[in-house]
Write a protein that binds this ligand. Structure first.
Ligand code: DAH
Length: 342
């Protein structure tokens, strides 16, 4: 409602009345019985009581400005005869431009950052164009390793091989090579895969990687961190389950499922009637990854995890088609007005 009036104020501002005919057209469109102003005043009864005062002020502002615009031609005519005299581009605009809102991916990303920052994780980043070492080899995925086929890659050059990163796990390597231990960090960012675009897959999406390295880090530490995270993100009643899995850079590896918040585990098409939804991969950092980064794996241990932000946002907002995130359709985007706690 408020936005509608803001939009009207903008269009009103842009109206130019230069002659009697235009003035009459303006009167019919804005001020007549069936005009915009009457139409807007009719909305008043639908406004919730607590907003009535504010809405009323807005309506009056619109009405006043419309009347001023209507009267302005005669005033202008009295003072000058220049036909374009109304078009003073230096007059500051007083109509509020409609405010934009944060993209749902940014909202969820900020929520993830905020949840992890409460338990001492900092935020780190890495490049989106990667060499083979950081995206694959140092992550224990040497050339010809079958796991490379898990992720179809966009190469930007072949000699030396450079690629758009297929996973934010590459940031782990940058950090392990350059940071002083211990490390406790999350790395959000964009990743790319050569995949056909559909409701459930895209050639670009966002992940958040997590890495925790110290002496004596255990699988139990990982489970408690991930359980804290899922409860903070999806509510205290959320259960998690871990299934054994395989990732080249973690051993042992697991996939994390959360109880389906949409159907409360009764079964729906989001959880494919299983009551569980997979949200991330995780595991204990493989000792070989430590050695690749010149870290003594007998002294240090750690865990890592990675999740897709789109997947979380789809769960959170019950969005069924991934493509909506990238279409920039204002009708979709303007629904996410959530303020975030940082
Ligand atoms: N990089 C994996 C992927 O894109 C996700 C992942 C799984 C990240 C396990 C991790 C991990 O750090 O431990 O599918």
């Amino acid at each position: 409602m408020f936005e509608e009036i803001d939009k009207l104020l903008i269009s009103l501002n842009a109206v130019v009345i230069e002659n009697a005919e235009q003035k009459e057209q303006f009167r019919l469109k804005w001020l007549s019985k069936k005009g915009i102003i009457t139409e807007q005043f009719e909305q008043f009864k639908n406004i919730p009581n607590e907003l009535k005062k504010q809405f009323g002020q807005k309506l009056n502002e619109l009405k006043l400005k419309t009347q001023e615009k209507f009267d302005s031609l005669s005033l202008e005519q009295k003072t000058t005869n220049t036909p374009h005299s109304q078009l003073d581009l230096t007059i500051p605009t007083d109509a509020l431009l409609p405010l934009g809102s944060m993209h749902p991916i940014s909202i969820v990303k900020q929520q993830i950052i905020s949840i992890f920052s409460k338990i001492g994780f900092d935020v780190s980043e890495g490049p989106e164009i990667e060499d083979d070492w950081h995206n694959f080899t140092a992550l224990n995925t040497p050339l010809n390793h079958p796991a490379r086929d898990m992720q179809d890659t966009f190469y930007v050059s072949t000699e030396p091989p450079m690629m758009l990163r297929t996973q934010t796990s590459s940031v782990q390597i940058h950090l392990l090579e350059s940071k002083k231990l211990p490390i406790r960090t999350i790395s959000p960012g964009r990743v790319y895969r050569n995949e056909a675009i559909s409701a459930r897959a895209h050639c670009q999406f966002h992940q958040v990687e997590g890495l925790y390295v110290d002496t004596n880090v255990s699988f139990a530490d990982m489970k408690s961190v991930l359980s804290y995270f899922t409860k903070s993100m999806f509510g205290n009643n959320t259960k998690i389950r871990m299934r054994p899995s395989y990732f080249p850079f973690t051993e042992p590896s697991a996939e994390v499922d959360i109880s389906c918040s949409l159907c409360k585990q009764a079964g729906c098409n989001v959880c494919k009637y299983t009551g569980w939804v997979e949200i991330m991969g995780c595991g204990m950092v493989d000792p070989q990854v430590f050695e690749n980064c010149k870290i003594d794996s007998t002294q240090y241990s750690g865990f890592a995890f990675g999740m897709g932000i789109e997947r979380l946002a789809m769960m959170k907002y019950k969005i069924k088609d991934l493509r909506l995130f990238y279409e920039n359709d204002i009708r979709f985007l303007s629904q996410f007005k959530e303020t975030i706690e940082v």
